[in-house]
Design a protein around this ligand. Structure first.
Ligand code: GTP
Ligand code: MG
Length: 445
């Protein structure tokens, strides 16, 4: 058949219902699908967001009736950190790869403005990883470990008042990226009437702030009724405990207090059973599907548009991948050239600036040198003057010294002559005998 005939045939194609003469076997397709999925196994990823010590780990242990490895977070984390842990679980012949991601340190910082950012980044990174796998030429999505977050359990502190601004901001930032199920944690610490008012308050605050939380789907008849009833119970008020207490003659999971026992699975005590029912037994597949068809789709669309891909061009013609690639390549090369030119210009300007700076510095140094030279000459002149003055002083001093010495020697001469004369006079005056001799009877000189 020629190509044009084929086109005409497919355009005029009509659908006709035929009845089968006997059993063919394609009614086993759903079973084949189930069997394939079971062999492949499932993955489910839960993100727990709530302040430190709110009961996240306890609730996870209670939900999956096991003990996951956990360590207490400190209250001193400088920023929120995402900690994923993956576990292989098996129930009957179904394998589940469960990842629990804890937002460690959430609400512990003094400045909480950026608390939502690491969470958003983590979610986007998982989407990006999936997109990269999808865009590969050799894709292996069949055995790819899908780490995209399927549900975010948002733990609300049971204050009985209202939501904190941190809760509203974080939920608002996350609602287009993940299915959010808000839950009131440690619901045993709040009275029944307070809890009722608290639930109403939370829901009205979420609505007035435009926060979209996950709604259990009501389009599938099989679960429409239960889901619509459960939607009215949101946010679920839950209690977690891994402790077993004897009630009557049965061991049940509960929290024991001096005044009584709070049973986790007792629907008149809390909404734990409702949460487990909705999260695991009824809507797990819908959460996975919503993640893929709504949240991931949105991320993928924005990302591909950012990369320049479109479904149709301005003339509503299908967009060619080759053309997109060429346009992007041209854009990229143009941008590269522009950047190169910009950098070159910047370099030239920088060199000019540096040159001018150096010249200015040289001029300053020269001026400084001249100034110092002048000062030096001035100093030299002063020293020279001082030396001359000192020399004159020294000459004058020497002259005075000579005169004094002459005077001194003259006066010395005069004094010694006078003394000599006085001596003579004295001798004449005192020329008497100095001893009397008995023998001679005379004075002897
Ligand atoms: P980090 O991982 O350190 O942030 O803490 P967490 O949110 O995982 O809390 P965790 O489950 O470790 O529980 C902290 C404390 O709260 C423990 O002493 C639990 O026994 C207690 N706790 C957990 N769930 C409940 C609850 O439903 N009610 C009450 N009253 N206490 C609870
Ligand atoms: Mg924990």
């Amino acid at each position: 058949m020629a190509a044009t005939d084929l086109e005409r045939f497919s355009q005029n194609e009509e659908k006709r219902n035929l009845s089968l003469g006997g059993h063919v076997g394609f009614d086993s397709l759903p079973d084949q699908l189930v069997s394939k999925s079971v062999t492949q196994g499932f993955s489910f990823n839960i993100l727990c967001v709530g302040e430190t010590g709110i009961g996240k780990s306890t609730l996870m242990n209670t939900l999956f009736n096991t003990t996951f490895e956990t360590e207490e977070a400190s209250h001193y984390e400088s920023a929120v950190r995402l900690r994923p842990r993956t576990y292989d679980l098996q129930e009957s012949n179904v394998h589940l790869k469960l990842t629990i991601v804890d937002a460690v340190g959430f609400g512990d910082q003094i400045n909480k403005d950026e608390s939502y950012r690491p969470i958003v980044e983590y979610i986007d990174t998982q989407f990006e990883n999936y997109l990269q796998e999808e865009l590969k030429i050799r894709r292996s999505l069949f055995n790819y470990h899908d780490t995209r977050i399927h549900v975010c359990l948002y733990f609300i502190t049971p204050t009985g008042h209202s939501l904190k601004s941190l809760d509203l901001v974080t939920m608002k930032k996350l609602d287009s990226k993940v299915n959010i199920i808000p839950i009131i944690a440690k619901a045993d610490t709040i009275s029944k009437s307070e809890l009722h008012k608290f639930k109403i308050k939370i829901m009205s605050e979420l609505v007035s702030n435009g926060v979209q939380i996950y709604q259990f789907p009501t389009d599938d008849e099989a679960v429409a009724e239960i889901n619509s009833v459960m939607n009215a119970h949101l946010p679920f008020a839950v209690i977690g405990s891994t402790e077993e207490v004897k009630v009557g003659n049965k061991l049940v999971r509960a929290r024991q207090y001096p005044w009584g026992v709070v049973q986790v699975e007792n629907e008149s005590h809390c909404d734990f059973v409702k949460l487990r029912e909705m999260l695991i037994r009824v809507n797990m597949e819908d959460l996975r599907e919503q993640t893929h068809t709504r949240h991931y789709e949105l991320y993928r669309r924005c990302k591909l548009e950012e990369m320049g891909f479109k479904d149709t061009d301005p003339d509503s013609q299908p967009f060619s991948l080759q053309e997109t690639y060429e346009t992007k390549r041209k854009e990229f090369l143009g941008e590269l050239q522009r950047k190169e030119e910009e950098m070159r210009q910047m370099f030239v300007n920088k060199v000019k600036e540096t040159e001018a700076e150096l010249k200015e510095k040289e001029r300053e140094l020269h001026e400084k040198f001249e100034h110092l030279k002048r000062i030096h000459q001035e100093e030299k002149r002063k020293v020279e003057e001082k030396r001359r003055e000192l020399e004159e002083e020294m000459n004058a001093f020497n002259r005075r010294k000579v005169a004094v010495e002459t005077l001194q020697s003259q006066s010395l001469q005069a004094t010694s002559q006078q003394a000599l004369k006085k001596d003579k006079d004295k001798k004449n005056f005192f020329s008497l005998p100095s001893a009397y001799s008995i023998t001679t009877g005379r004075y002897v000189n």
